[in-house]
Ligand binder design. Structure first.
Ligand SMILES: *Cc1c(COP(=O)(O)O)cnc(C)c1O
Length: 364
């Protein structure tokens, strides 16, 4: 007999998982915005030592990690929420804030996890189109807020389009949003933004208790496989609520220890950011050379429209993605991200980026 599932299970979209996990070696993995750099030896060692204590449950308060983050960001530890990846904190915030009749506002195309927020809770998703330069339209977002809005999510830099909005514009949006509405700024890629100090947005927390900055160890710290992220909150309320809706042990011992150690190596973070930005410039130049016009990336990936073969004949995105895969290069198709006819490509190692550009050149 078939099982009877809850209504909302059918509403939740399947996350567009990348291919490649079953493929043989030697594939350029440029589909998931991961770091091409493995974790630092000291971070691996910290995780290894933590695994030796794995007969014990992890610290449910994430005490050492929250203290280290409090130190690093000058935000009180009681306002720092930890998660099994930052998506865990985001979805918990959705569960804590949303319900049928409530609304969540975000731009589209944006991060593919955001549609889960409404689907999982029975709330209504209100999506706001990006502007002509593939950036968030913050005026339109402010106008989309109604008395039913409980949550606004701004992805900055935006995944998948790699674009940013400035802190002034973001601060102006927050001013316009009523104080009882939570504003989550998803800053998974903020370290790669050269237009603004990545920590400048912390100023928002000092004036706005309804704001939270969502950050992760998955990207710049290269710990995607361990699953650890966090939110810096403007008040303790949100942290308490997201902890309340989850199971007690949401961040494992290895992830907690690795994250604490990773925070001690900020020089290495800076070095990796510099290397990623050099790779980004190379990719952008290579794409322009092939006749494409990538958006202005402030992240660790690039986004570009494929355009047309001839007027009125858009290039075949699926065929291009397949052609790249046949040449051992995995990228993310726009169709899976809310805009068909575009590609998102992670800045990989020099060799991977070269391989991608050569393969794309062959296909064109
Ligand atoms: C990669 C990414 C994250 C990070 O998710 P984790 O659960 O921390 O791995 C969050 N937001 C956006 C927009 C991302 O692209």
């Amino acid at each position: 007999m078939a099982l009877e599932f809850a209504q909302h299970v059918r509403r939740i979209p399947a996350y567009p998982a990348a291919d490649g996990y079953a493929l043989p070696e030697d594939v350029a993995m440029l589909a998931s915005n991961e770091s091409p750099f493995p974790p630092l030896p000291a971070v691996v060692e910290a995780a290894r030592r933590a695994v030796e204590t794995a007969n014990r449950y992890p610290d449910p308060t994430n005490g050492r990690l929250r203290a280290a983050l409090a130190d690093r960001y000058e935000v009180p530890a009681e306002r720092i929420a930890i998660g099994n990846g930052s998506c865990d904190v985001l979805l918990a915030a959705g569960e804590a804030l949303l319900e049928p009749g409530a609304e969540v506002v975000y731009a589209w195309p944006s991060f593919s996890v955001y549609p889960h927020l409404a689907a999982a809770t029975g709330a209504t998703a209100v999506t706001v189109a990006l502007d002509a330069a593939a950036r968030h339209d913050l005026d339109a977002i402010a106008e989309a807020v109604t008395v039913a809005t409980r949550l606004v999510v701004v992805c900055n830099p935006n995944n998948p389009t790699a674009t940013v909005v400035g802190l002034d514009a973001l601060a102006a949006l927050v001013e316009r949003v009523p104080r009882q509405v939570c504003v989550i700024v998803d800053e998974a890629y903020c370290e790669f933004n050269v237009r603004e100090d990545p920590d400048a947005s912390l100023a928002l927390l000092r004036e706005h208790p309804n704001v939270a900055l969502l950050r992760t160890f998955s990207k710049v710290y290269g710990l995607a496989g361990l699953r650890v992220g966090f939110a810096l909150c403007g008040s303790t309320e949100l942290r308490e609520a997201v902890d309340q809706v989850r199971q007690p042990f949401f961040c494992n011992v290895a992830a907690q220890a690795a994250a604490v150690e990773a925070l001690r190596h900020q020089d290495e973070v800076t070095r990796r950011v510099e290397q990623t930005i050099a790779a980004r410039l190379e990719l952008e130049e290579g794409l322009r050379h092939l006749g494409f016009d990538p958006s202005e990336s402030q992240a660790n990936f690039v986004w570009f429209e494929l355009g047309e073969d001839r007027p009125g004949e858009p290039r075949d995105e699926a065929a291009i993605v397949r052609g790249l895969a046949e040449r051992g290069v995995l990228v993310r198709a726009g169709a899976a991200l809310g805009r068909e006819g575009a590609l998102r490509v992670t800045c990989g190692s020099g060799a991977e980026n070269g391989r991608f550009l050569a393969a794309l050149g062959q296909i064109m």
